[in-house]
Write a protein that binds this ligand. Structure first.
Ligand code: FES
Ligand code: FES
Length: 191
């Protein structure tokens, strides 16, 4: 009897103990949360599936588009490339956490006023990236578009080409780029 190619396959994973779930304590949008995750679960899936925070979008799921951008300890990260298990004790902010006392963040308002979106799938990532980008510039960080990195960088130096470069990791399939840059420029003026 021919047992076929299956016969040639190694016994990978058989008889191994099941992977143990982990408990992770973190702060999400100023609320203490406790989640139980598999060690391989991404922060993106944990936010969406464990905490029902679906404002953070899954698009490429491999670090190429920026749709899943959130803040960890105030810095922007791609949540599809970050393990939830690494978030013990960390402070995470998602698009749902930007609104304060019923008021939209100035960049959220600017996106509406400037028509910075069409389908909206990339928008939460664009806004989270934009908010962090303004703070990076405020802290004096130069970018690849900075003409002379020896000068102290200030918010006043955030030209359109600076904004474009600093948001270049966030793709928009609807090509709303000019309006997105307008929205960020408006928010910089208001900040
Ligand atoms: S979904 Fe994370 S970078 Fe595209
Ligand atoms: S608004 Fe549709 S992908 Fe950006």
């Amino acid at each position: 009897m021919n047992s076929g190619p299956k016969h040639l396959l190694p016994d990978i994973g058989r008889n191994k103990p099941p992977i143990k779930p982990l408990t992770v304590n973190l702060t999400v949008n100023d609320q203490a949360r406790r989640i139980t995750v598999e060690p391989r679960m991404t922060l993106l899936d944990a936010l969406r599936e464990k905490l029902a925070l679906t404002g953070t979008k899954k698009a490429c799921d491999r670090g190429e588009c920026g749709a899943c951008t959130v803040h960890v300890e105030g810095r922007r990260v791609l949540s599809c490339m970050t393990l939830a298990a690494m978030m013990e004790g960390k402070r995470v902010t998602t698009i749902e956490g930007l609104e304060q006392n019923g008021k939209l963040h100035p960049l959220q308002s600017a996106f509406i006023e400037r028509d910075g979106f069409q389908c909206g799938f990339c928008t939460s990532g664009q806004i989270m990236s934009g908010v962090a980008m303004i703070e990076e510039a405020r802290a004096g960080s130069p970018s690849a578009a900075t003409i002379d990195v020896r000068d102290v960088f200030t918010l006043a130096d955030l030209s359109r080409s600076e904004i474009q470069e600093r948001l270049s990791g966030n793709l928009c399939r609807c090509a709303c780029y000019p309006n997105i840059v307008d929205a960020v420029a408006d928010a910089i003026m208001r900040s």
